[in-house]
Design a protein around this ligand. Structure first.
Ligand code: SF4
Length: 426
């Protein structure tokens, strides 16, 4: 790769005093300015579980939202069982923030590899850290609508336990290149202006020699991370879509232009970046629209700073189209033609998925032939139709993606072209 160097040497092992990572969280006088082009989430109510009262995340949220009413509850369980169908409770639930103490593991293998009827999707060997469930953003297609039963935006406030669990897990998986993300059950950064969890995680991964953290977002609120000593072990990542899909289907998110400008700021701060064309949507003009997004992307961000790009066609759990129709009556997405795939999800017919992937892949190859591209949660029999998509399976794919991360040295960063057209996009 051009202008790249191996990751800087990091002390082996994740032994970091937890108190040093969590210190600013415990200092309620600490102030962070987290800039965002979209309106930052502000709940109307806070529900605080009794056992989360003394947690670091709780203290910070209460300090940052002093005028939001707080209801203290002994047991969150009755609260998180919705009395009404999800379509009604989901919209109301997102207006409340629930702070709980999480018991059990935060660090888990991604459940994306799901076997149904003997068929298994190709797995990218991803691991997840779940610090919250539900998301303050509102994508019409979000799978959480058909997946979660708890309608509230819920934060696991025991950050100290989370950091300890991540350190333990990384030690257990010693010396295997692996990717770990926080964006499975929420957006990685849409709550960070309230909880500030990204910073201690970036600092923890900065000391890893094999694992890399991915923070995946549809916001542009990354400026509080730019000055950190990340050592290239955190990848800042954005989901990208055609402007018409972003504007109509990704409500409360940053525009495409704002995301690309944020990606450029991340590159200028030395972060590797990644992009997820997910979900790819079939609509009139999709081919030209996605080609345009790829043009804008690489006018803003050099391929040499891009760690990976994933492609995933629109897919939803069974039953979700009805929820989407009730919550977002203007969205045409639930009226598309889907088939039930072997993993139980509703998907576009396979030849249509292959056509979507093929067209986007060919544009990516034209602009950035060296960037690693993979399919997210796809069947193995789709891969051979796409020249250049590796047919690796499971952990091999994960290790391939986690290896040889682009780390731009300060000298090569100065050689980056000025970000051009993306400055006025969005
Ligand atoms: S950003 Fe992700 S988690 Fe949040 S609503 Fe959109 S799809 Fe769901």
């Amino acid at each position: 790769m051009i202008g790249l160097a191996p990751p800087p040497a990091a002390p082996a092992g994740p032994e970091i005093p937890l108190a040093s990572l969590a210190a600013p969280l415990l200092d309620t006088k600490a102030r962070y300015v987290i800039m965002s082009s979209s309106k930052p989430y502000r709940p109307e109510k806070i529900f605080l579980s009794h056992e989360a009262e003394s947690c670091p995340g709780t203290r910070l949220v209460l300090e940052r939202l002093p005028d939001v009413p707080v209801t203290r509850i002994d047991d969150p369980d009755p609260l998180v069982r919705p009395p009404a169908p999800p379509a009604e409770t989901l919209t109301a639930g997102k207006k409340s923030l629930l702070l709980v103490r999480h018991h059990g593991r935060f660090f888990k293998p991604c459940p994306g590899r799901q076997a149904r009827q003997g068929t298994t999707n190709v797995c990218c060997g991803y691991y997840v850290i779940n610090f919250a469930t539900n998301c303050p953003l509102e994508c019409t297609y979000c799978f959480l609508q058909g997946y979660l039963t708890n309608p509230y935006v819920t934060v696991f406030a025991n950050l100290d336990d989370l950091l300890a669990d991540v350190q333990t897990a990384l030690r257990e998986l010693d010396n295997r290149p692996l990717r770990v993300g926080t964006g499975e059950l929420t957006d990685s950064l849409a709550l960070d202006h309230l909880i500030d969890y990204a910073r201690p995680l970036v600092e923890l991964f900065a000391r890893q020699s094999h694992a890399v953290l991915e923070l995946k977002t549809k916001t542009d609120a990354i400026d509080h991370l730019l000055g950190l000593d990340h050592r290239g072990r955190t990848v800042l990542a954005w989901s990208l879509n055609a402007p018409e899909i972003q504007q109509r289907e990704e409500l409360k998110t940053a525009s495409l232009g704002a995301r690309l400008r944020a990606a450029r700021r991340a590159v200028d701060a030395g972060y590797p970046v990644a992009f997820h064309f997910d979900p790819l949507v079939w609509f009139a003009g999709w081919r030209e629209a996605y080609a345009g997004v790829i043009e804008q992307l690489f006018d803003s961000v050099p391929p040499s700073a891009t760690a990976w790009i994933s492609l995933g066609a629109l897919r939803v759990p069974p039953g979700q189209p009805e929820i989407m129709r009730r919550r977002f009556p203007k969205s045409p997405l639930p009226y598309g033609e889907f088939v039930t795939a072997p993993d139980g999800k509703l998907r576009y017919f396979k030849p249509l998925r292959i056509e979507l992937y093929g067209a986007v892949l060919s544009e990516l190859r034209r602009r950035a032939p060296e960037v690693k591209v993979y399919l997210c949660m796809e069947r193995p029999d789709v891969h051979p139709h796409l020249n250049g998509i590796p047919a690796y399976r499971d952990e091999v794919l994960g290790e391939w993606l986690a290896r040889d991360l682009p780390v731009l040295q300060p000298a090569s960063r100065q050689d980056l072209p000025p970000s051009g057209r993306s400055q006025s996009a969005g």
